[in-house]
Design a protein around this ligand. Structure first.
Ligand code: GAL
Ligand code: ZN
Length: 655
């Protein structure tokens, strides 16, 4: 089990280091991420390295038996670099060149940046290739910088030439006949910079795809030189999730040895647990596409805080441990935090830490010590694999495309829709993977496709094959409406899936913010409704009021050995949960435990004939869950029922 976090010894005098290492030892820390933002300390002047301090701290950590995720510091070039290479500073959409003075002030298309990044990564690899503390390479930090400069424009054109071959094909894919955007020379094609009115949506979409690939190339070249130096040491980079992140993580998964995510819930209340479960299941879904192991790592989360939109909320006692065990339950190889020791200054001086400003005589550090002990106790469960027979599809390019302006509703949000589908399953105790790709759905009994707006022909074919082979597919509004170039598939929505679903949608009826619509089965929908014609599907529920009264709202269509469901409105949470629960039951998939009280999370990890049941009680009252075996946290036998205190957890070895 990995337990630890980001450690920034460069921010502290060396006499603090001895205390740090002693406190880590007491807390049973096993892994710390070192050097993430240390470029200026490691290379104080061009080509002049100062590794002495890093040698000393790595030696100390190795002596204490603590592993190091050694980071390449390339997310934050030093001021000398930016002054020497101003063309490597990022430019925003309005053409403003940003300055150093924060972090992530780099342009991934600038040759000077790329070569400086390779040089410092290679120097670290050479120096520490045989260091006993080296456990993992942590490349960069949260790739996610977008640049609109001329160097980027050149790289974008190269990428587009590769994608489209010739300008005619690009003009067609981008629908440049609209608003006189027709290109007659590659030099006319640019990143989507600030413009007069709505930008071309396909240009915007392709620019995000390009940015993802450009950042990936920057990652891969570092990875390759690290791998060459240390073939046995896994290489990863920490993913960050968010609207602004121009990274298609599902594609990146194939390039990392271990999927690692940073996750910071945005809700102080119980919704945070649902958000965290979604992120965990998404990481596990990505890990399916990674050549390494099926597990993943929660690389960063905040120990004692939740960063909400307006404040930092202090977590209740015990929540850090429960959240950590919830991540382990869903396949994380441990619990890593941002960060080890809270800084005295800098932009994030109040961010969360295992050793807070108050020092080790604090609730947070005491909870860290307890957590280290718990993680050590549950370590055997790491051998278990999380089994999910249900998949929710989350497609980042579709999420990007639905964020375009000029769509029928400003409230369309594929990420939110994927979260809703996942939450509905979570609330019924059904374990789901959140997957990014549609190519390999084998192994799932149920697939939920919420608002998968962009769809290539081969993806539609994969869905058909899944259903024909006996799968249950639940599709919601706007899936398959556009092709991969964000062009509408005409002849009736949802073009790519019309035949499979046995429906033809003629018009959209987006609903007003506070409006909802009743369905014939007593449930309600909001946000969206549409004129659905059943052209082969059976009607399961109809609209019961408004202009669509009497028309199909929810349908099912038998195709081959399976069923394709269509849901044309955004069902209320309970109705959605009931529907998915019923579909899963039809497919022979049930909850881990039936009839769980709301707020009690239960997950199984299994290998061979050994299994572990994780019970996370997010409620304010004690709960009881059927189980027999031994609770790894307490060592106590469990005979028929495990009682878990309010806010507590249990990990029962059940087999
Ligand atoms: C993470 C980031 C860290 C730090 C942290 C603050 O997303 O990787 O460097 O900024 O957020 O909570
Ligand atoms: Zn640039």
């Amino acid at each position: 089990m990995f337990f630890g976090g980001d450690y920034n010894p460069e921010q502290w005098p060396e006499d603090v280091w001895a205390q740090d290492v002693e406190l880590m030892r007491r807390a049973r820390v096993t892994l710390v991420t070192v050097g993430v933002f240390a470029w200026a300390r490691l290379e104080p002047a061009p080509g002049r390295h100062d590794f002495g301090w890093l040698d000393r701290i790595l030696d100390r950590l190795a002596d204490a038996g603590i592993g190091v995720a050694l980071a390449t510091p390339t997310a934050s070039p030093p001021p000398w670099f930016s002054l020497a290479h101003p063309e490597a500073l990022p430019v925003d959409a309005a053409g403003v060149r940003l300055s150093h003075g924060s972090r992530d002030t780099y342009c991934a298309s600038a040759p000077a940046y790329r070569s400086a990044a390779r040089r410092i990564a290679a120097a670290l690899a050479q120096r520490y290739r045989d260091h006993p503390a080296l456990a993992l390479w942590h490349v960069h930090n949260e790739y996610g910088t977008t640049c609109h400069c001329d160097l980027t424009a050149e790289a974008f054109r190269r990428w587009l030439r590769h994608r489209y071959g010739d300008l005619d094909t690009l003009n067609d894919a981008w629908t440049t006949a609209f608003w006189s955007q027709h290109y007659t020379d590659w030099a006319q094609v640019r990143p989507p910079r600030a413009t007069q009115y709505l930008p071309n949506p396909t240009q915007v979409l392709d620019f995000r795809r390009f940015t993802s690939d450009e950042l990936l190339a920057a990652y891969v070249e570092q990875r390759d030189l690290l791998r060459a130096a240390t073939p046995g040491v896994p290489v990863t980079t920490n993913y960050v999730l968010g609207d602004w992140v121009p990274v298609d993580h599902a594609r990146w998964a194939a390039e990392v040895d271990l999927v690692a995510i940073d996750h910071y819930p945005s809700d102080a209340g119980p919704a945070a647990e649902e958000e965290a479960a979604f992120a965990a299941d998404l990481a596990r879904g990505w890990a399916r596409g990674s050549p390494g192991r099926p597990d993943w790592l929660l690389m960063e989360t905040a120990p004692n805080l939740v960063y909400t939109a307006d404040r930092m909320h202090t977590k209740e006692p015990g929540r850090m441990a429960r959240n950590s065990l919830a991540a382990v339950a869903r396949g994380s190889r441990g619990a890593m935090f941002f960060q080890w020791r809270a800084p005295r200054g800098g932009a994030e001086l109040f961010h969360s830490a295992l050793v807070p400003h108050a020092g080790p005589d604090s609730r947070v550090y005491r909870e860290a010590v307890e957590l280290g002990d718990r993680l050590a106790r549950v370590a055997p469960a790491a051998a278990g694999v999380v089994e999910a027979r249900v998949a929710v599809v989350y497609d980042e390019p579709s999420a990007w495309a639905l964020r375009a302006r000029g769509l029928p509703s400003t409230r369309l949000d594929h990420l939110d829709d994927a979260r809703r589908a996942h939450r509905a399953l979570w609330r019924r105790g059904i374990t789901a993977d959140v997957v990014g790709g549609l190519d390999d759905l084998s192994g799932y009994a149920v697939v939920v496709l919420p608002g998968h707006y962009l769809m290539a022909d081969r993806q539609a074919a994969a869905l058909r094959a899944f259903v024909e082979a006996g799968g249950q597919l639940v599709v919601t509004y706007l899936s398959g409406v556009a092709d991969e170039h964000a062009r509408i598939r005409t002849g009736g929505y949802p073009g790519a899936l019309r035949d499979l679903l046995g429906v033809r949608v003629e018009e959209f009826h987006p609903l007003a913010v506070d409006a909802s619509v009743k369905l014939s089965d007593g449930t309600t929908g909001d946000l969206w409704s549409e004129t659905v014609h059943a052209t082969g599907a059976r009607v399961v529920a109809s609209y019961a009021d408004g202009v669509l009264a009497g028309r199909p709202a929810v349908t099912r269509h038998t195709v081959g050995a399976g069923t394709a469901w269509y849901v044309s409105t955004r069902l209320a949470d309970d109705a959605y949960a009931d529907l998915l629960h019923a579909v899963a039951a039809d497919a022979g998939v049930g909850p881990v435990r039936p009839d769980l009280p709301p707020g009690v999370e239960v997950v199984t990890r299994r290998t061979g004939d050994r299994s572990w049941l994780f019970v996370l009680n997010h409620t304010a009252t004690v709960c009881e869950v059927a189980a027999s075996g031994v609770d790894l946290l307490t060592g106590a036998p469990v005979d028929g029922v495990v009682r878990v205190p309010a806010g507590g957890s249990a990990v029962v070895r059940t087999g």
